[in-house]
Design a protein around this ligand. Structure first.
Ligand SMILES: *Cc1c(COP(=O)(O)O)cnc(C)c1O
Length: 221
């Protein structure tokens, strides 16, 4: 038995996403290629993929100028240090991990032809030590993002805690999405769902799935 190829895994996952997406629901599958060489991005690009997720600036910056992928769309999905934020904003179309004031400050006054799309990452666990904004601060923070020139508030992002029931975590996230949507109906997007839990995220209304290993295979750390 030979192992499955990247192309087979990609087609299979994209086929399942299409099958499970309700009619009229708009979904973007971001293929997470962190820790994989740029050849993986190129192969996926040739198969028609445009949206790529990266989580380390050092790695992403080497991929984004690849001449073989002129209209790739780069999503920054990982923990972002404030002192790297403006560099990331030069190539990323979206940042999914906006989770604190210092990062918002660093992203203020960007000089870009198009606004930078940002998702507010909300902590879905009861552990304040986890990444993501404290949900109690969400409304005020979202108002500040909406008032920041150069940014477009897409909506919310969340990652279920280890061992938590993803469906319940996504239910919380949907509640946070409703709160943000009341401030601005355009900020209706929800970034949720990874290889193990994207069907539950999609069922809850996720619009941006971030799928890595089930397409790319294991990452070599
Ligand atoms: C790595 C990562 C993913 C992809 O995870 P897989 O389990 O490989 O699908 C999605 N979102 C974030 C924030 C990640 O860091």
């Amino acid at each position: 038995m030979s192992e499955s190829t990247l192309q087979e895994r990609y087609r299979e996952v994209m086929g399942r996403v299409a099958e499970l997406t309700p009619p009229g629901h708009e979904v973007t599958t971001v293929v997470v290629t962190k820790f994989h060489p740029v050849e993986v991005n190129r192969e996926l690009y040739e198969l028609g993929q445009r949206d790529f997720g990266e989580s380390r600036h050092q790695e992403a910056r080497l991929k984004v100028d690849d001449p073989a992928m002129p209209d790739a769309v780069w999503h920054f999905i990982g923990q972002l240090q404030s002192n790297k934020a403006r560099q990331v904003a030069r190539y990323a179309s979206y940042i999914h991990s906006l989770d604190r004031s210092s990062l918002l400050k660093a992203l203020t006054g960007l000089d870009r032809p198009e606004p930078l799309g940002v998702f507010i990452e909300v902590n879905l666990t009861d552990d304040p030590g986890r990444g993501g904004l404290d949900p109690a601060a969400l409304e005020g923070f979202a108002e500040r993002v909406l008032a920041t020139d150069g940014l477009r508030l897409m909506g919310v992002m969340g990652v279920p805690g280890v061992g938590d029931d993803p469906a319940r975590a996504f239910e919380r996230l949907r509640g946070y999405s409703e709160l943000v949507t009341r401030l601005d109906a355009r900020s209706r997007y929800i970034s949720a769902g990874m290889s193990q839990d994207w069907p539950q995220a999609l069922a809850m209304g996720a619009t941006h799935l971030r799928i890595g290993t089930s397409i790319t295979g294991k990452r070599a750390y």
